[in-house]
Design a protein around this ligand. Structure first.
Ligand SMILES: [Zn+2]
Length: 384
């Protein structure tokens, strides 16, 4: 053990981290099963039809208003039934000392989230059934194109409209960090449009950073919990990683991947809907919005099926951004220490089971990211 001082032993995961992440996975699975069950129940019991009839009656047979009322009732039902699980997640973060969010703040966030959800779902449903009524033949192709436009718009608006509903942001004021970022950007031959301090500490003890937005809203956001506890070198390593996402155009590429998946999704939805209308005669027309749970069922099952593929794609992007960071910073030591700090602060599993990583993780395990950094450094010719 005498020579072990120079080599940091690979940190192992505490039973606490394992338990916390296992519970989080179960919450995710329970949430998925719950929404699946709710949609099946609505369809099998005919309640979806009952809700549609109520919506028609209450809006004096006005189609668009009825669609909105139906969506609203569906969302209230889902929220009320799912509230227990939401509250359990809120408590879980406290139980593991990861949260700064008080009960009142949580209720306020839930209310805001619900309202934003109703507005977004309302827009999507109105658009969908409008297209179905106007073009019953090719609705799925037109809807797919419309959704793609909506995706791009949302990606662009998210950092300036959506995120500020829940968090405060302020331009980064640390001059040293700003100068380093400009240098990183120059080396990359690109200009970073903005770096913002993300006031995460009001709600969480965890740290995070991300590249968000599209076009002129594209920016790097750094949690204040990260800025407060990490050295300038470590923050630079995180910035270099986010810059890697930017240089490799990962947001744009992810939208393309989403476009491919939703194309298949709309095609499948059209097929299932026609089967339900033409063969099973459970709905009179395509545009009978009582079939919304069926469309959601198709979307949920499909997204479940492609989840491992999407996660694998995301991990590929993360590795690419990591390699970009290795090349951009002077030494990999701050990258490794930032990774270990993040794992500790967020109670992440450094080395989850292989199947867990494959199925659930959008990022490679911390142990693998650290190992990749070390392997990269070893392969470099020494300059000193
Ligand atoms: Zn990343």
């Amino acid at each position: 053990m005498a020579s072990a001082a120079a080599i940091v032993p690979p940190p192992t995961d505490s039973p606490e981290a394992r338990r916390y992440n296992r519970i989080r996975r179960w919450i995710g699975i329970a949430d998925f099963v719950f929404s699946l069950g709710l949609m099946v129940a609505l369809l099998a019991t005919g309640w979806s039809g009952t809700l549609r009839d109520i919506a028609y009656k209450a809006t004096f047979q006005h189609y668009s208003l009825a669609v909105f009322l139906y969506v609203l009732m569906l969302m209230i039902l889902a929220k009320v039934l799912g509230l227990g699980l939401d509250y359990y997640s809120f408590r879980l973060e406290h139980r593991y000392q990861l949260s700064n969010l008080r009960l009142r703040g949580w209720i306020w966030d839930e209310a805001k989230g619900f309202l934003v959800g109703v507005i977004l779902a309302g827009i999507v449903a109105e658009l969908l059934y409008f297209i179905m009524r106007q073009a019953p033949q090719h609705w799925w192709l037109i809807a797919w194109a419309a959704f793609l436009g909506l995706f791009v718009l949302l990606a662009q608006l998210a950092p300036v409209v959506l995120f500020p509903i829940f968090y405060k942001f302020a331009p980064l004021e640390n001059e040293e960090l700003k100068a380093r970022l400009v240098r990183l950007g120059e080396r990359a031959g690109t200009r970073v449009r903005g770096v913002y301090q993300w006031k995460l500490s009001e709600k969480s003890k965890k740290a995070n950073a991300a590249l968000t937005g599209l076009g002129n809203t594209r920016r790097i956001i750094l949690a204040d919990t990260l800025l407060a506890n990490y050295s300038t070198d470590e923050i630079e390593a995180v910035l270099a990683h986010e810059l890697g996402h930017h240089v490799h155009r990962h947001i744009f590429k992810s939208i393309l991947v989403q476009a491919g998946i939703t194309f298949v999704g709309f095609w499948a939805a059209n097929w299932v809907l026609h089967y339900a209308v033409d063969r099973l005669h459970v709905f009179e027309t395509l545009s009978d919005f009582a079939n919304l749970p069926l469309l959601m069922l198709v979307a949920t099952v499909l997204s479940f099926l492609v989840l491992p593929l999407l996660n694998a794609y995301s991990r590929f992007n993360e590795r690419q951004a990591d390699r970009y960071a290795f090349r951009s910073i002077a030494t990999i030591a701050p990258f490794i220490s930032a990774m270990n700090k993040l794992a500790e602060q967020n109670l992440a599993e450094r080395s989850p089971a292989k199947w867990v990583e494959w199925l659930f993780h959008s990022h490679p395990a911390i142990s693998r990211r650290v190992a990749a950094a070390e392997a990269w450094a070893k392969a470099q010719p020494r300059t000193m």
